[in-house]
Design a protein around this ligand. Structure first.
Ligand code: UT7
Length: 334
C-alpha cells in the first residue's frame, strides 16, 4: 500500500493590527464599508506593520503547527507564498532556520492563492516516494506589502496572515490522510492577476520603471468568473477521484476570495451553504494562507471536528487551481 500524507498538526498566525473597512475606505477615494461588505463579505483584515516579513508570520504559524503535532523536527519545510521576503533566495530556508530546523530541505512553492494546495500535493509526493517522513507545509502572505492602497478594488480585499500543517507518513485510510488531489493551471490568465515588474520579463535596467508595475493588480470581474468555474470543476474532480458524493461533504472549505464566490460555488456543487465555511469577514483574502487559516479557525471554534469529511479547493494567479479531500483527524492545540 502506498504511503499517504497524514495531517497531524495545525496552527496559524495573524499580525496583531486589524484594519476595519471604515478605516480603509477613509483612505481610498470612492470606497465605503457598505460596498466592501456587500460585494465581498469582508468586515476587516489584518495588516503586518512594516518590519514584519512573510517569514515572521510563517514562523508564527509553523511553531503552532509543530506544537499541535507534538513534533520538534521534520524532514522538509515548504512555504507557499507570492510575497516572499525577497525575490531571491526563497523564504523557506530562513523560516526553517528561525524554527530551529536548519539543515532540513526547504523551498518555496509559487502558485499564488493555490499555493497551499500545491504545497500539500508536493509534500504528499515527498512522503509517497520516501524522501521525507514528516513535512511542515506553510501558506504565508503579506499582501499589504504589494497592494496599491489607492486602488479600491484590490486594497479592500486582501489581508496578511499565515497558516501551517504538519504531515507525516501513514495509511491512505486513516483520519487525516490527504488526497486524491486535482491540480491545474492556465497560463493564458497570467495578466489577470499579476505584479508586472520585479522579474526577468520587466528588468530594472533598460526602461523607465512605472511604480504601479510593482503593485499587485487584478481584473476582478474576469477573475471572479474563472474562480467559480475552476474551483467547481476541480472540486468535482477531486470528489470523483475520492469516490465521494457532494452529500458526503461535512465542510466545504474554499479559498476565501469573496463571500459571493463561496455562495456561487456551493450552488454549483449542490453543497448546502451552511456547510461552506467562511472566515472572510474577519481576515479577508489572505492568499496562500487562506485555506490553512480557515482550517485552523474552523477547528479552534469547534465547528470542524474529528471525523468530519472536508473538501478543500483553491484558485489563484497563474491561473492555478487545485482541490483535495480529507477526513479531519484529532489534532493537539498549540
Ligand atoms: O485570490 C485570487 C482570486 N481572486 C478572486 O477570486 C477575486 C475575484 N473578484 C472579486 O472578488 C470581485 O470581482 C471584486 C471584489 C474584486 C470586485 O467586485 P465586483 O462586484 O466584481 O465589482 P466590479 O469590479 O465589477 O466593480 C463594480 C464597481 C466599479 O465601479 P464602476 O467602474 O462601475 O464605476 C468599481 O470601480 O465597483 C467599484 N469598486 C468599488 N467601489 C467602492 C471596486 N472596488 C470598490 C470599493 N468601494 N472598494
Amino acid at each position: 500500500m502506498s504511503r499517504a500524507a497524514v495531517l497531524t498538526g495545525i496552527g496559524s498566525c495573524l499580525p496583531p493590527r486589524a484594519v476595519s473597512n471604515a478605516e480603509l475606505a477613509a483612505a481610498v477615494e470612492g470606497s465605503s464599508d457598505e460596498w466592501i461588505r456587500s460585494r465581498t463579505g469582508i468586515a476587516r483584515r489584518h495588516f503586518a506593520d512594516p518590519g514584519t516579513a512573510t517569514s515572521d508570520l510563517a514562523v508564527g504559524a509553523g511553531q503552532r503547527a509543530l506544537k499541535s503535532a507534538g513534533e520538534s523536527s521534520v524532514d522538509a519545510v515548504l512555504v507557499a507564498t507570492a510575497t516572499p521576503d525577497r525575490p531571491c533566495p526563497a523564504t523557506a530556508p530562513l523560516v526553517a532556520s528561525k524554527l530551529g530546523l536548519g539543515g532540513t530541505a526547504a523551498y518555496d512553492v509559487a502558485a499564488v492563492c493555490t499555493g497551499f494546495v500545491y504545497g500539500l500535493a508536493t509534500a504528499a509526493g515527498l512522503i509517497a516516494t520516501g524522501t521525507a517522513d514528516r513535512v511542515l507545509v506553510i501558506g504565508a502572505d503579506t499582501y499589504s506589502s504589494i497592494l496599491d492602497m489607492t486602488d479600491r478594488s484590490t486594497s479592500a480585499i486582501f489581508g496578511d496572515g499565515a497558516g501551517a500543517v504538519v504531515l507525516r507518513a501513514g495509511e491512505p485510510d486513516e483520519p487525516g490522510a490527504l488526497g486524491p488531489f486535482d491540480l491545474g493551471s492556465d497560463g493564458e490568465g497570467c495578466d489577470l492577476i499579476t505584479v508586472r515588474a520585479g522579474g526577468s520579463a520587466q528588468r530594472l535596467s533598460g526602461r523607465d520603471p512605472d511604480p504601479k508595475d510593482h503593485y499587485f493588480s487584478m481584473a476582478g470581474k474576469e477573475v471572479f468568473w474563472h474562480a467559480v468555474q475552476r474551483m467547481a470543476e476541480s472540486s468535482r474532480t477531486a470528489l470523483g477521484r475520492a469516490g465521494w458524493q457532494h452529500t458526503d461533504v461535512d465542510w466545504f472549505i474554499a479559498h476565501q476570495a469573496n463571500e459571493r464566490i463561496l455562495h456561487r460555488l456551493s450552488d454549483e456543487l449542490g453543497i448546502a451553504p451552511e456547510r461552506a465555511y467562511s472566515n472572510i469577514a474577519e481576515v479577508g483574502n489572505t492568499a496562500a494562507a487562506s485555506l490553512p487559516l480557515a482550517l485552523d479557525h474552523a477547528s479552534a471554534s469547534g465547528a470542524l471536528r474529528p471525523g468530519h469529511r472536508v473538501l478543500l479547493t483553491a484558485f489563484g494567479g497563474g491561473f492555478t487551481w487545485g482541490s483535495t479531500v480529507l477526513t479531519w483527524p484529532e489534532t493537539g492545540r498549540a
